[in-house]
Design a protein around this ligand. Sequence first.
Ligand SMILES: Cc1cc2nc3c(=O)[nH]c(=O)nc-3n(C[C@H](O)[C@H](O)[C@H](O)COP(=O)(O)OP(=O)(O)OC[C@H]3O[C@@H](n4cnc5c(N)ncnc54)[C@H](O)[C@@H]3O)c2cc1C
Length: 349
Amino acid sequence: MSTAPPPEVDVVVVGSGPNGLAAAVTLARAGLSVQVLETQPTIGGGARTLDLGLAQGVVHDICSAAHPLALASPFFDAFDVRARGVRAIAPAASYAQPLDAQPAAIAWHDLERTAEGLGADGPAWRATIGTLARHEDLVVELALGDKRSVPPALLTPRTLLTAPLFGAMIGLQGTPAWDLPFRTERARALLSGVAAHAIGTMPSLALSATAMLLGTIGHGVGWPIPVGGSQSIVDTLVADLRAHGGQIVTDHHVRTWRDVPPARAVLLDTPAGAAADILANRLPASLERALRRFPTGMRRRRSTSCCPDRCRGGIRRSARRGPSTSAAPVNRWRRRRRRWPPGGCPIIR
Ligand SMILES: Cc1cc2nc3c(=O)[nH]c(=O)nc-3n(C[C@H](O)[C@H](O)[C@H](O)COP(=O)(O)OP(=O)(O)OC[C@H]3O[C@@H](n4cnc5c(N)ncnc54)[C@H](O)[C@@H]3O)c2cc1C
């Protein structure tokens, strides 16, 4: 009787983005042997900070720069990056939406300041996003909890109305009735802009939930920026993974199942299309088709403030209109979306 050779590791994680690393850390801490395979020469996926050679001494967060969830998510709350030496600075303005021929709409960390800036829609902002922000813990639990248990915060009387409000706002913003609570372009664009941080069609429930979560956190823990770049968060994850026996192999592109070493479990932190290639003929045909239809994540226009010479005009604009993140209002966003070069992240647009 022949027996199969024992697996080399318990778990292989394909992709070293923040989600792959969070999974790897969780599993390694549970005592499993974990190997992470990364196609790039550097670790961290969309949370990498690289020297792109644009200016001496300037490093770039090539994708993510502000990290509302690095403090607020249940994983990072328990992992506690600040206790591991990451200095996170939450700016006074969490996010903003540039508008034509008028100053940008700004979501300040300070709710009242935001409401004042929204004029006629100030009271509606206070009543919706403001109410959610007062119960930030519950909103985070509802959005990011395991969905198998009732969040403890839900059971306290002071939050009784928060969960229905959160659900109602997601339902409303996720349908053609979106923006109903707001009358002005400023408030509507501010909410659409924060929704557009997720990749997907608008309006949709997923993007609407993103808007509610990120909007809530914007007035709660804020949108902190780690000093030294996003890589400082990645580095804490890598250090913890290695301290628990995990390994990371870079320059290892997993094209097909044959590129994955034997393991008891394999986790894919890759784009859906890459997952379909890796799992080809191992999935039900309908699931494989669904993975291949999934929109590529880089099809969206994003703008990130930056400081090399070539975007000085951008800085002047930012200074006048306030800091900018993310997409233009939705109708323009739809027209403009386009595919990024394969494997590339936009730096300045
Ligand atoms: C321009 C831009 C700006 C953003 N700004 C922010 C922000 O400010 N704040 C924020 O919180 N989020 C931001 N995001 C989103 C954030 O970057 C992503 O949500 C996050 O990186 C997703 O993490 P992930 O681990 O799921 O995937 P990724 O970070 O994409 O990591 C996937 C990893 O898998 C690797 N990989 C893929 N295929 C294979 C394969 N076949 N074999 C081996 N390895 C493979 C990739 O090289 C990559 O390292 C931004 C995204 C973009 C595009």
